[in-house]
Design a protein around this ligand. Structure first.
Ligand code: HEC
Length: 245
């Protein structure tokens, strides 16, 4: 069966080659239907309810490579059961869309971060695209852990034998080490004060020059330069700093 389809694919390939008379190889491109293309994206997601719609929400969205703003988007529904398979159908995808992503956008439809991408090659191969993003944990805290703490912070906060300021931001320890725990650097503040980013040492250190003025040994303001990611951390604190796993 496998063999047969390989032979079949090769024959199609040969026919395709013959059609190009200047001898160059072309990617297979289908003319885009006037009403646009349709993507059917299937996924098994956990943690989606942790996103505070409508200020930030999980969508299937179409982008142009030149911009972070979605040209078209559709909300991903929260499945009745965690991890249950869902399919989102995004129709009317016009020519200017060069990638379709399962991602988080904000109120202005700007991409905060992406979980899965369908690239231009796949988008131009057909007018009806099907894709499977697999099983993904899109939970807000899980995302902060992966994209922020694991990506940079743990280098100093826990991946080695010691942790700067005694603060462990590693996956097993981070939540219990920050939420409602008094700051060693900013007196009278907790590291994370649920509901109040301005009273959270972690947010203060990342977003203001507190770490310069208070003579910290390390200035944290260059740690998270992406405004969207910083906004996500603020939003997570504002809505209660919950652990979603
Ligand atoms: C290059 C090393 C380094 C990196 C990377 C780093 N930190 Fe730190 N951090 C420190 C040091 C050193 C301190 C101790 C404060 C001081 O004296 O500067 C500290 C202190 C802190 C504190 C204060 C703890 C308290 O008790 O008040 C927080 C919160 C913090 N870091 C969060 C983070 C986060 C979040 C990241 C990642 C976005 C991060 N840090 C990345 C070195 C680092």
């Amino acid at each position: 069966m496998m063999k047969k389809s390989i032979i079949f694919a090769s024959v199609i390939g040969l026919v395709g080659l013959q059609a190009c008379d200047d001898g160059r190889l072309y990617e297979q491109k289908t003319a885009i239907a006037p009403e646009g293309r349709t993507v059917k994206l299937t996924a098994r997601l956990t943690g989606i309810a942790s996103w505070p719609d409508p200020s930030m929400y999980v969508v299937v969205a179409g982008f142009n490579d030149d911009s972070d703003y979605a040209l078209i988007n559709k909300s991903v529904p929260t499945p009745l059961m965690e991890g249950e398979e869902i399919t989102v159908q995004l129709a009317g995808i016009k020519e200017n869309v060069t990638r379709v992503e399962l991602c988080v956008i904000n109120r202005l439809r700007r991409r905060i971060l992406s979980f899965y991408t369908i690239d231009d090659a796949k988008l131009t191969a057909s007018n009806d695209i099907e894709a499977d993003a697999g099983t993904l944990n899109v939970g807000m805290y899980h995302t902060i852990q992966e994209r922020v703490f694991n990506a940079t912070c743990v280098n100093c906060h826990g991946a080695a034998t010691s942790a700067a300021a005694g603060l462990y931001l590693t996956v097993e320890k981070s939540h219990a080490a920050i939420v409602g725990i008094p700051s060693k650097k900013l007196e009278g503040m907790n590291i994370v004060e649920p509901g109040d980013a301005a009273k959270s040492a972690l947010y203060e250190a990342l977003s203001t020059d507190v770490s310069i003025t208070d003579a910290w040994h390390y200035n944290h303001t260059a740690e998270v330069v992406d405004e969207g990611i910083l906004a996500m951390i603020r939003q997570w604190i504002t809505q209660g700093a919950k652990k979603d796993e």
